[in-house]
Design a protein around this ligand. Structure first.
Ligand code: ADP
Length: 459
């Protein structure tokens, strides 16, 4: 990988480049604008002075006359004048003091009689030279040319360039330093996040940035990072809990089986006794297999790999077959089993729905005392097909409602284990409902029974 400049440097350099461009454009614009303005003003000034002077000149017959004072005024390094007669001959000329050669000025044709303005360079500086005809009643009797040294204006423009040339590097330097400090400061949370992410160990997911930042992009990034850590942390904790619980659930029946085997082998036994021991072990293995299958299904559901094979089914048919299967057990328990189903066609995995109802019905029968009532039913609702199991049993205190769907959660852990429940039944039902894009809810009150309802989308 090629080395890449750190972001703070890149931001700074971009900033500097932009500033430099802005300064250059601004400086050039300012300079050119100022130059045009000053030059135009100067040209105006020279032309006006020439026009005024030409209008005020004394004239004798057909020649202009220059008085000594005027000549004197225009005879130094700052200004000069030249006066031509109508035939083009020079009457007065002070251009020597301005170090301007006659060649540079060239000749003037009085017949052209047009005012003009030009720049002529001398060793003393640039001179703005205005040429105006001298007229008497529209007749040209000569030409006046005056030149003013533009050095002051040129000097001022050079000073502007100098200020920019000296000032720009300072401004740029200050901006780069400031930009670097500011971008470094602003990116500090990113450094913190990187450090934390680098140092993060799978077993120390409890660390958080806990940065108090404004609600800007970085503040939200830090918040999102902490929220993500919290989610991963919780998921890891659930995973650890699940693995621990699963190991615990598997160990209990395994050690029971171990002691059955030990007992059977502790002395010579009859064939019938061995058979009985093996049969008992077979039952335990069956329960273990079921537990492991459920765990596997839940793990698949977690990975989003629970395969559901949708087929058109009528929930009423499933309910009817279930009532059939449970009728005898309900009779033995002294519980009335009621079918509340309406025809409810839906596209769903019938096998999984049977397992869902089996779990709910097992729970209902287990928690309903003799003389009670358990109803299983279904009905179509707007865009939904709903299934329920209602019992008149013990009910569940509200504080357990959210948790009973968690894996291995049992309201009364000790008692439930005697009844063989591992606390996976409702978690399994939940996974089945989720896989169908549906929901599983509980409505229950201690002493008044429970209603578990699963609704699947039909659209
Ligand atoms: P288990 O397989 O142990 O029954 P579940 O996940 O099916 O586990 O149920 C979790 C807990 O919810 C159970 O321990 C039980 O206390 C409670 N529960 C479930 N169904 C009912 C019900 N119909 N009436 C009362 N309590 C129930």
């Amino acid at each position: 990988m090629t080395a890449i400049l750190p972001i703070r440097w890149r931001i700074t350099l971009w900033y500097a480049a932009l500033l430099l461009t802005t300064l250059a454009i601004f400086g050039a614009g300012l300079y050119l604008g100022l130059r045009t303005l000053l030059f135009d003003n100067f040209a105006e000034q020279v032309s006006q002075q020439a026009a005024l002077l030409a209008a005020g000149l004394d004239r004798a017959a057909d020649r202009p006359i220059i008085d000594a004072d005027t000549l004197d005024d225009f005879d130094d390094e700052e200004r000069f004048l030249r006066v031509y007669a109508a035939d083009g001959s020079v009457i007065a000329d002070t251009s020597a003091a301005a170090e301007i050669s006659a060649d540079a000025l060239g000749s003037v044709d009085p017949r052209a009689a047009e005012a003009r303005y030009q720049i002529i360079a001398s060793d003393l500086g640039n001179f703005g030279v205005a040429t105006v005809p001298i007229k008497v009643n529209d007749t040209v009797i000569g030409v006046l040319q005056i030149g003013l040294n533009r050095e002051d204006v040129d000097e001022m423009l050079r000073a502007v360039v100098l200020v920019f040339a000296i000032g720009a590097p300072f401004v740029l330097g200050a901006a780069v330093a400031g930009g670097y400090v500011v971008s470094r400061r602003m990116l500090r949370p990113v450094v913190t996040i990187t450090d934390l992410a680098t140092a993060l160990q799978a077993d120390a997911l409890g660390s958080r940035l806990n940065l108090t930042l404004p609600n800007d992009e970085l503040g939200r990034l830090a918040g999102a990072f902490d929220a993500m850590l919290a989610r991963i942390d919780a998921a890891f904790a659930r995973q650890r809990q699940f693995t621990g619980d699963a190991a615990h659930e598997l160990r209990t029946p395994l050690s029971l089986m171990r002691s059955q085997v030990d007992l059977a082998l502790s002395r010579e036994r009859s064939l019938a006794e061995y058979r009985e021991a093996l049969q008992s072990l077979g039952g335990d293995i069956e329960r273990l297999t079921q537990l492991v299958t459920t765990l596997l299904t839940l793990a698949r559901a977690d990975a989003g790999k629970l395969r559901i094979e949708r087929e058109p089914v009528d929930l009423a048919t499933i309910v009817a077959s279930l009532i059939d299967a449970y009728q005898q057990r309900a009779d033995e328990l002294g519980i009335t089993l009621v079918d509340e189903s309406d025809s409810t066609p839906v596209l769903a995995d019938a096998d999984l729905l049977v397992q869902l109802l089996v779990n709910l019905t097992d729970n209902a029968l287990a928690h309903t005392p003799p003389g009670g009532r358990v109803a299983i039913g279904c009905e179509p609702r707007s865009r939904q097909a709903c299934l329920w199991v209602v019992d008149s049993g013990d009910g569940i205190a509200p504080e357990h409602h959210a948790r009973i769907f968690e894996r291995f959660y049992r309201v009364d852990a000790g008692r439930a284990r005697d009844q063989g429940g591992a606390g996976l039944g409702l978690a399994f039902c939940q996974a089945i409902a989720d896989a169908h894009g549906g929901s599983l809810t509980v409505d229950s009150e201690p002493g008044r029974g429970s209603r578990f309802e699963c609704c699947l989308p039909t659209a």
